[in-house]
Design a binder for this molecule. Sequence first.
Ligand code: ATP
Ligand code: MG
Length: 449
Amino acid sequence: MPHSEASPVVETAPTEREPGNPRIVPRSEHCISRSNIDSHALKVLYRLHKAGYQAYLVGGGVRDLLIGLQPKDFDVATDATPEEVRALFRNCRLIGRRFRLAHVVFGRKVVEVATFRANHGGEDDGAGEVHADGRILRDNVFGTIEDDAFRRDFTVNALYYDIGRFALVDYTGALEDIEARRLRLIGDPAVRYREDPVRMLRAARFAAKLGFEVDPASAEPMAELGPLLADVPPARLFEEVLKLFQSGHAVASLEQLRRHDLLQYLFPRADRALKSGDSGFEALLRCALANTDRRIAEDRPVTPAFVYAVFLWPHVRAVAAEQVEAGEPPVPAWQHAASEALDAQQAATALPKRFAGPAREIWTLQPKLERYTGKRARRLLGHPRLRAGWDFLCLRRDSGEDLDALCEQWRQWMEAEPERAAPSEAPAPRKRRRRRGGRRRRGGGGGNE
Ligand code: ATP
Ligand code: MG
């Protein structure tokens, strides 16, 4: 390997490091202890090392340990090829066609082992680059640890923990950036965003998660290059939406997205509502996201259906109001509005069907919750999504709508017949069983509604 790791110097580093000259921080000078590293990841690291390969912990795991967060997962980087990794571990399977990765499996746990790769202008999960012959995949070109560091997105994501010396290896100035709580793209930011526009969203996400500031030079091109997000497949954006809003830092994510004017590419109508000063919606969104963060902190379930129900609310509400104004009865007006909002969202971040259905029900329950009494209310108690609909009604109340009495009324009705009302702890009820039951019930009651 051409990189030199000979000098264990910890000096004040210049901002961009000379290639081949990493900063090495010995065990005595950093806080990462093996006792904080997942035992399975350690096992993998040791076995690779013993077999004569380089073996490092890399990416989010190292970053989070240094910052004092609990890492979600521990990834390993090595100079062993995927086949060589497989030869070392019986419990190993190779995955991926474009990037071959080794998964070492321990029961339900997987340690991902990636061979050092060089940057060929692609991004990590497949968008954008299609090679005509489909065989020689340029991203899959193996490289040195140094190549591997410079192809990563942010400096803080490019730190290596060397199991041979228990030392940290920093090629990109990550340690200084962590010190300064700064999120900085490696290389020329505009070039890196053009390679993969999702990096703009990742900037907002990591700034939110870590409580860092995006470095001005990394923030600056977003205004011009943001529109490139329109070319990212909606399914990939959906994944990013989940990471932004269902990882326990949704409120901070919204702030970062707004600061960098990126919300428009994920939820155009919500962005417009916020920019037009719709304070009711702003309050609703804040309440909802704070609530999501709280649920995650308490280990309670959250569902993308609810997050989307909130973000698309300005659209649904506006269309429903128009329809009612034009003489349509409320229930079909809301059905229509739900379809229109979901269709429009397809172009940005499509919501998979299994979540679109529940989101639709949350909305279409609103006019029913506002109007139904007596027999019809009683029948509604059997609705599988009633709790989620009621949660949404309460959210509207919390954000300033005059719905106090109504929320209380429904709470009492549900409490009086708990066996009929679905539990509020499960906003994403187990799909299959409930859906089937729900369909039958709705089918039966639908004609009367
Ligand atoms: P999290 O804790 O949210 O999982 P992470 O840092 O592990 O954060 P991942 O998306 O799991 O983030 O990616 C793992 C690593 O792969 C990153 O730390 C980064 O080094 C690299 N990486 C991921 N996506 C990209 C990308 N689009 N461009 C460049 N490097 C990337
Ligand atoms: Mg990760």
